[in-house]
Design a protein around this ligand. Structure first.
Ligand SMILES: [Zn+2]
Ligand SMILES: [Zn+2]
Length: 363
């Protein structure tokens, strides 16, 4: 397909950057070269919206992510696709960066409206299938078991159970459409007439992908949640896999970041906040951030052996531990768990007992 010779200058003050600063919803934007961004709101979430991207193709528009499923989201997605000159019914395919409901939420709605195929990495499709097949109580049980092993107090476990029971944010809300196409690392994403390649970037989730648009006049990376301009995506332990392999999501995440820096896309189109340049610079910041977090946790474990829960309390968070609410503590321990797994994998920490709760010390 024809690609115009000029794109908007990425250094200019962009409507999406301004909207993020002003805490507003950005407009639908024509990013040039047959790429559009369509903001779809996320209710009650500080991220506020997902940037769904529409790629024009020889077979009709293809969406990268679909957004949170509620009546407002459905309406704004349809209106955004119309602003790009298409109907939702025209959508030819959907590429999903990862299964979180702010990305994959509206996929079933789009497929029902248009008959579009939905593509996802195999490791991510396995998560969607597991969520579909395992009842919500089991997920909470599993989470509670790993949290007990981490030494969490009973009142935190009780709060976790009641959160799972009545929260929209609980695992039950994550159930979503199983994809019908597989996205394979290094291969074409299957968008007719476009040079779009799949980059597997595990870490935030096991099967997260970025999509590399290798077209002139500048290369662009649709980065999902993997690379954002100022926010560091949550990296916690993956939901336990059937083989119970001790996976290393933080190690995966750091490797995925290095791969993006080596690729050196000229512009990043993330799914939150706003688009930006200098991917290697942003990657460096994130690598430094996690190196500091690993050192912080390692320092905690240097004294007496302690549980993950105890070690997490000594780490630096955006507020003192005593001021963190239940969910913030839960996220903090989840993040600490991914960092502890990395320390153990790299030989910098080890468990001193097999008992529950497990005790760790630095090596
Ligand atoms: Zn996510
Ligand atoms: Zn997201």
């Amino acid at each position: 397909m024809a690609v115009p010779v000029s794109l908007p200058d990425p250094q200019e003050e962009q409507p999406d950057r301004k909207a993020w600063r002003d805490r507003a919803l950005p407009p639908v934007q024509d990013l040039g070269g047959g790429v559009w961004s369509i903001p779809v709101p996320i209710p009650d979430n500080p991220l506020r919206y997902t940037l769904v991207h529409l790629l024009e193709s020889d077979a009709g528009p293809v969406l990268v992510d679909t957004g949170w499923d509620d009546p407002t989201g459905r309406e704004l997605l349809r209106a955004g696709v119309a602003e790009a000159g298409f109907a939702l019914e025209d959508v030819h395919g959907v590429l999903i960066t990862h299964h979180h409901p702010d990305h994959h939420g509206l996929s079933a709605h789009v497929r029902a409206s248009s008959g579009a195929w939905v593509g996802m990495h195999a490791a991510e499709a396995a998560v969607v299938r597991a969520i579909r097949d395992v009842p919500a109580e089991k997920w909470i049980d599993r989470m509670a078991r790993s949290m007990r092993a981490a030494g969490l107090p009973e009142e935190h476990l009780a709060a976790l159970r009641s959160w799972g029971d009545d929260s929209e944010a609980g695992p039950a809300a994550l159930g979503a459409l199983v994809p019908d196409r597989e996205l394979v690392h290094g291969e074409s994403a299957g968008v007719p007439g476009r040079e779009l390649r799949v980059m597997w970037t595990p870490g935030h989730t096991p099967g997260h992908v970025c999509l590399f648009l290798d077209e002139r006049p500048r290369t662009r990376l649709l980065s999902g949640d993997h690379l954002l301009p100022t926010i560091s995506p949550v990296v916690s332990l993956y939901p336990e896999n059937p083989q119970d392999e001790p996976t290393d999501p933080l190690g995966d995440f750091l490797d995925s970041l290095e791969r993006i820096a080596a690729l050196g896309p000229e512009e990043i189109l993330p799914a939150h906040q706003y688009r930006f340049t200098d991917a290697p610079g942003r990657v460096r910041e994130l690598l430094d951030h996690h190196a500091a977090r690993l050192a912080d946790l390692h320092r905690q474990l240097r004294g007496r052996p302690m549980t993950l829960w105890e070690a997490a309390q000594g780490m630096h968070w955006n507020r003192p531990w005593s001021e963190l609410g239940f969910l913030a503590r839960h996220l903090a321990v989840s993040e600490a768990a991914a960092h502890l797994r990395r320390l153990v994998k790299t030989g910098l920490a080890e468990a001193v007992t097999d008992e529950e709760p497990a005790l760790y010390h630095a090596r």
